[in-house]
Design a protein around this ligand. Structure first.
Ligand code: SF4
Length: 75
């Protein structure tokens, strides 16, 4: 059985990292900086989500929304 208890949306996750001037929107693209997912350079939108979710506000760094992301994780 899948663990869905901690599943949440990137838009509310502390591991979502977006551009310094990006609006916090469902279609805003950013880098997931969860430590387990960092090797994958996972680019996710605000309405993406997963069960590594941790409630918080997004981090910000230039290059977070590039394809592929070029920013380093700031947390
Ligand atoms: S993919 Fe998961 S861990 Fe990464 S920002 Fe989205 S909800 Fe958070």
């Amino acid at each position: 059985m899948q663990d869905t208890a901690s599943w949440g949306l990137c838009i509310h996750c502390k591991w979502w990292q977006i551009e310094p001037d990006a609006a916090i929107m469902n279609d805003t693209k950013g880098l997931c900086i969860d430590q387990k997912l960092q090797p994958y350079l996972l680019r996710v939108s605000g309405d993406s989500g997963c069960n590594l979710f941790v409630d918080g506000v997004p981090a910000r760094a230039a290059g977070s929304g590039d394809s592929p992301p070029t920013a380093r994780p700031v947390r």
